[in-house]
Ligand binder design. Structure first.
Ligand code: ITT
Length: 190
């Protein structure tokens, strides 16, 4: 089975490809000739996941799945959440986003947070949603250089290292994206 992954985030595509079971092939947007930035105008993570999948199905005619993710911080009432990519401005600069987050939480002992992913699958005229949540805490400073986005400041529950300090395969086994994607795979295998 060949599925289009409606994402232009190279790190996400690499993570998803590293989790693929045999029998499923995934192609990114560039491989179907889609180079435009898909508008993400919904005010929820699930809403943006639906928008991205529907855009590809409507404009390119493919069955596909999308991933929308965000970091929800307890002490900030769930912010930056759906606005994670642009938390520090339109430039989508991960370092600036993390610096803003660390400044907001400076001196705050409540460091609880979660990453959330919603995957929307468009298949045979139906849409299905799969959610994955990874709980953890926000570190006091950035650590590690693997992964992407907020990985250097996120310490998953039960660990002492950030997502940016562990190999991609290990992150996949416990991450929001890994959990949502394993639900998608289980659905496809049904
Ligand atoms: P798409 O093309 O898939 O839309 P995107 O980079 O716009 O890619 P999202 O809107 O889903 O992705 O993600 C919002 C932001 O959340 C993203 O830019 C990262 O900063 C952050 N993020 C998402 N998943 C992450 C992860 O696994 N680790 C760290 N940060 C993550």
């Amino acid at each position: 089975m060949k599925l289009v992954f409606a994402s232009s985030n190279k790190n996400k595509i690499a993570e998803i490809k590293a989790m693929l079971p045999s029998g499923i092939e995934v192609v990114g947007l560039e491989e179907i000739g889609c180079f435009e930035e898909i508008p993400e105008t919904a005010d929820t993570i699930a809403g943006n996941a639906k928008l991205k999948a529907d855009y590809v199905t409507r404009h390119f005619g493919y069955d596909c799945f999308s991933d929308d993710s965000g970091l929800e911080v307890d002490a900030l009432d769930g912010a930056p959440g759906v606005y994670s990519a642009r938390y520090a401005g339109a430039a989508k600069d991960s370092d600036a986003n993390m610096d803003k987050l660390l400044a907001e939480l400076h001196g705050n002992e409540n460091r609880g947070a979660q990453f959330k992913t919603v995957i929307a699958l468009n298949l045979n005229g139906e849409q299905h949603l799969f959610e994955g949540i990874a709980r953890g805490t926000i570190a006091e400073a950035k650590q590690g250089n693997q992964g992407f986005g907020y990985d250097p400041v996120f310490v998953p529950e039960g660990k002492t290292l950030t997502f940016a300090q562990i190999p991609m395969q290990e992150k996949a086994a416990m991450s929001h994206r890994g959990i949502a994607f394993s639900k998608l795979v289980a659905h496809l295998k049904k």
